[in-house]
Design a protein around this ligand. Structure first.
Ligand code: AGP
Length: 633
């Protein structure tokens, strides 16, 4: 979390920094700040709250500087106040630093630097960095280094070798007006290559308007950007040979295109996302007698054959998608599967199981908990030295340029296009699609279901884009009207069973995230074991009840809630008389194969959360306390 940007070149830096920060605000919006260097002056402006407050402060300020850094903050250490906003400076205010990440050993460093006379002005972990750099500029370590030619770079190199934790940094100094130094250690950082100008940012949308030539730094790398070019070094100081890659993303993708919020736009993009996934991963001409797999994931046999067990590591919405994945991998491919919160797994991993596929699911590919858990798992399996425990690692992500894609050898891209709304929507649906393809590929290999059944599921998948369009067209206005009824509602319950239990969890998470209404998702059969005590006429219950193995059961569970005066909202099959008799409000979806239903049932709960939050006048795309990319533990 936190977004950092930097610029060195021929244009005025401050407007480029602000435009970049606008695209990174999804990473945090507790405060924002910029610092620029020109004519021997370090000009720093910071403001509490959203970027707009910083923009207001900058209005009318003349700043011709061609070198600068900027930051948008998600607070970790220190309250979201102006004195804690980045950039942070050293005692003499000659060095400015922006950071994304956490410096775990900041307490010791701060004490050491205070003893040496450094004066601290914030409560942050970040502030130790400019002081430490100043210290090494004045008193360089007696090391024989210099493969590097820059004093500033060398002082930064010495400083970062003292830092523990995960961090990405951008650093400037009055005394080095032609240098912008950037560092990456377990937090993302990309460098953009223009004509005589260079950019850096936590994420590529900040760079895309200027150049598509981008170099993503690896962990343990430092880069020196000057108007002449970019030099990359490792932390020990060796020069590395690196070349930029060309991005194929289009800036238009990060505009609202007439929608009131990115989240609504992204909900509406879901039919197109499913279409793209089908075009990419499905053999459209496949028939049961084709003699080959219908799925084109291009994954090696060594990864997928003879599996005994699958474990999936993820957080948040990706964890919910993984629960749907578990259902598919067990019921379609017949492989025992567990889903773990990455943050829990990391510190309490299960004993090693043989022939296990480990899948990391993360839309951003940057979630620190997920990356750390996967890294730990990969390392401990390698360390076991036994063939049956050898790591078989697969990543599912929406960002092929992410840290996940560099950590894990095999990746399935979810093809959803960039998602800006902090509440994940289209990337969730795209993750589900990835699990359908993986489960079908494994089912084909293991012959766990008949070819005819595979054909049926594929036919059903092909219908989904049009069915999603139907759900969106038929429900948008009604859900908006329905949302008026919940202006003062304080609690919601979502229930579902089987493959739709994760959709109940996801519905509750969406509502919590963007409307700040307390919401719980339960397996419908569990209600009677305790949570039913919460119900009365003030607590609406949303039941996901689609035709299939547990339909009647969920209807009975809904009736139990109704008997406690709860208002019942049903995500139910279209034109179903039983559902019409049971529920007070209906959010109908096409009556599809139960296995495919989550792709459709999630849409009404996304729309309901969106409209309740929008109706309450809340900041749907940037809900309080959250950030899109959670790069701290
Ligand atoms: C989703 O709406 C949330 N913002 C959040 O739970 C998210 O899914 C979680 O932080 C994991 O993110 P990732 O998929 O990028 O790893």
């Amino acid at each position: 979390m936190c977004g950092i940007v930097g610029y060195i070149g021929t244009q005025a830096a401050s407007s480029i920094l602000i435009e970049g920060l606008k695209t990174l605000e999804y990473r945090g919006y507790d405060s924002a700040g910029v610092a620029t260097v020109s004519e021997g002056k370090l000009q720093r402006t910071r403001a509490k709250g959203k970027l707009v407050n910083l923009q207001t402060k900058l209005e009318g300020l003349e700043d011709p500087s061609r070198l600068g850094i900027g930051h948008t903050r998600w607070a970790t250490h220190g309250k979201p106040e102006e004195h804690n906003a980045h950039p942070h400076t050293d005692t003499k205010e000659r060095i400015a630093v922006v950071q994304n990440g956490i410096i775990e050993n900041y307490r010791e460093l701060r004490a050491e630097l205070k003893d040496k006379g450094h004066h601290f002005r914030s409560d942050t972990d970040t502030e130790v960095i400019p002081h430490l750099i100043a210290e090494y500029l004045e008193n360089p370590l007696d090391e024989s280094i210099l493969t590097t030619q820059s004093e500033l770079l060398e002082a930064i190199r010495q400083a970062v070798n003292r830092l523990q934790g995960a961090f990405a940094l951008a650093i400037i100094s009055i005394d080095f007006p032609d240098e912008l130094i950037v560092v990456r250690q377990q937090a993302p950082l990309a460098i953009g290559f223009g004509q005589g100008e260079f950019f850096c940012a936590s994420d590529t949308p900040a760079i895309m308007p200027y150049t598509q030539a981008v170099l993503t730094l690896e962990n343990g790398e430092i880069a020196r950007l000057t108007p002449m070019g970019v030099e990359v070094y490792d932390f020990p100081g060796h020069r590395l040979k690196k070349k930029p890659q060309t991005l194929n993303w289009n800036p238009i993708m990060v505009e609202k295109q007439g929608f009131k919020h990115f989240m609504l736009k992204e909900i509406y993009e879901q039919p197109g996302v499913v279409r793209t996934c089908l075009e990419t991963y499905l053999d459209t001409a496949w028939e049961p007698n084709s003699g080959h797999s219908p799925i084109r994931l291009a994954l090696p046999d060594a990864l997928l054959n003879d599996l005994q067990h699958i474990q999936i590591l993820a957080c948040g919405t990706s964890w919910h998608a993984s629960l749907v994945g578990k259902y598919l991998l067990e019921q379609v491919a017949g492989i025992p599967t567990v889903v773990q919160y990455a943050s829990e797994f990391r510190y309490a991993p299960a004993p090693l199981m043989p022939n296990t596929l480990t899948i990391g699911v993360t839309q951003s590919g940057e979630t620190a908990d997920t990356l750390a858990a996967l890294d730990m798992e990969q390392t401990r399996r390698l360390a076991s030295g036994k063939a049956q425990y050898a790591p078989r690692m697969l990543g599912i992500t929406n960002r092929m340029d992410s840290s996940l894609a560099r950590l894990i050898p095999h990746i399935v891209g979810t093809m959803a296009g960039i998602e800006i709304g902090v509440a994940a929507t289209k990337t969730f649906v795209a993750q589900l699609m990835a699990f359908y393809f993986l489960a079908l590929e494994l089912a084909y290999r293991r012959q766990s279901i008949s070819l005819e059944r595979i054909g049926e599921i594929i036919d059903g998948l092909r219908q989904l884009p049009a069915q999603l369009e139907l759900v969106l067209e038929s429900q948008e206005r009604y859900v908006e009207e329905l949302s008026h009824d919940f202006a003062d509602t304080k609690d919601f319950i979502f229930i579902g069973r089987g493959i739709n239990y994760p959709i109940a969890l996801e519905g509750a998470l969406k509502l919590k995230e963007i409307s700040y209404i307390h919401a719980e998702g339960y397996p419908a059969g569990e209600m009677k074991h305790g949570p039913i005590a919460l119900l009365d006429e003030k607590v609406p219950v949303v039941a996901i009840a689609t035709k299939g193995t547990v339909y009647e059961k969920v209807l009975s569970n809904a009736q139990e809630a109704k008997a406690r005066d709860a208002r019942l909202i049903g995500v139910v099959p279209m034109n179903d008389v039983e559902a019409e008799e049971t529920f007070d409000a209906l959010l109908p979806v096409p009556d599809v194969d139960e296995l495919l239903s989550p792709i459709l049932t999630v849409v009404p709960v996304q729309l309901l959360s969106y409209h309740i939050a929008a109706r309450r006048g809340l900041d749907v795309d940037q809900p309080r306390n959250l950030a899109k990319s959670v790069t701290v533990e």
